[in-house]
Design a protein around this ligand. Sequence first.
Ligand SMILES: Cc1ncc(COP(=O)(O)O)c(C=O)c1O
Length: 419
Amino acid sequence: MKGWGTMSSTLRPRPIPGLGANAIGPEEEELVLDVLRRKEPFRYYGLDPNSPPPMAATLEKEFCAYIGTDYALAVTSGTAALEVAYAAIGIGPGDEVIVPAWSWISCFTAIVRVGARPVLCEVDDTLNFDPKEIARLVTPRTKAVSVIHYQGVAAEMDVIQKEAHKLGLFVVEDCAQSLGTSYRGRQIGTWSDVAIFSFQYNKIATCGEGGMVVTRDQRIYERAVRFHDIGNYRPFHANIVKAREPAFVGGQFRLSELSSAMALAQLRKVDAMRKHCRALQARVLSKVTGLPGIKLRRIPDLDGDFGFEIYLMIDDASKVALFQEKLNALNVNCGARTGTYPQYNRDYVKTGLAHHPALSPFRDYREWPAPGYRAEDFPRTEDLTKRYVALPIGWLYTNDDADYIGDSVVAVHREVCTN
Ligand SMILES: Cc1ncc(COP(=O)(O)O)c(C=O)c1O
């Protein structure tokens, strides 16, 4: 290709992707050291039993203020948060939950773990939950819809919430990948009955492993607290919401003070990370918008977008692999997949098993995989997710990196899409 050699000879080093993990600094050190110096790593009590340590409590308080909700509960992971959220709204055996086929492992497994059946739906050109799928898939057993805000772009929550609530369904928002994203002027996590976040290593804000459950509903809060703390409802929570629910059995998903301290320092950096990503995203978009044969992922609310990943949707799917190969050769990070895969291609869906046969919600099917759990049942998801090249933007990326990414995409486009 003309001009290609020139670019290769001045190859930039590949920038390191990732957000929160790369933003770790003195703020995290200070809060974590504070926990160590006080010798109080457990959230509910330390040296003075009458004065509980502050980190998890402060994290929950600041989290509520940040997203604009009433109750937040720190838990050990986003996966734990999903199980806690489903238990809190009373999802169990015989129930169905509609969830995008294009989603992270736990989006499916958390539903199975509480004994319910995941019903897979298509995504649309936002790569998020297609609101029209609710009417197609609802049955008398449907109890909830679970909406994933995929990679920093909010789903169309006004439409989804209205449609789901009209049918008497709970709305669960899975914000694991998208803390700090908003939709129509409201943070995600405030559009649902219960929402979850993750602080796992690859997430916007991280403490290695951690999660959050948020809600405005006192009953859901109390049930979430009980389920995450082996059925307990301790005075710390009773001071926030008076106990009304009967005790029931729970798991153990409490977040430590050490993890909470780190998550707190990271939460305070989310706006700076978003500002950084959006500025660099704008630079890349100014170069790549409007290239013939490439559309961009549809973003229903551009103002609310986090901007940490740009999705080029290539009209001709047969060109994606080459496009990506050429970008990689130029040291441009460009995942064709971002850890998310269609659920119907995962091993646990192919077997349909839980850890005990009686716990599988698919145990009564005579043939497996049944319709609704096979690739051929999701033509739109199959098409869309085979046509994109994803360009991440990280905390350590510079303006020059952004310009280089934009120029590289234009050069590769010229070579791959116009010949
Ligand atoms: C959409 C979604 N939900 C839930 C999770 C689970 O979070 P965790 O890894 O903290 O368990 C993830 C993690 O990647 C995710 O992407």
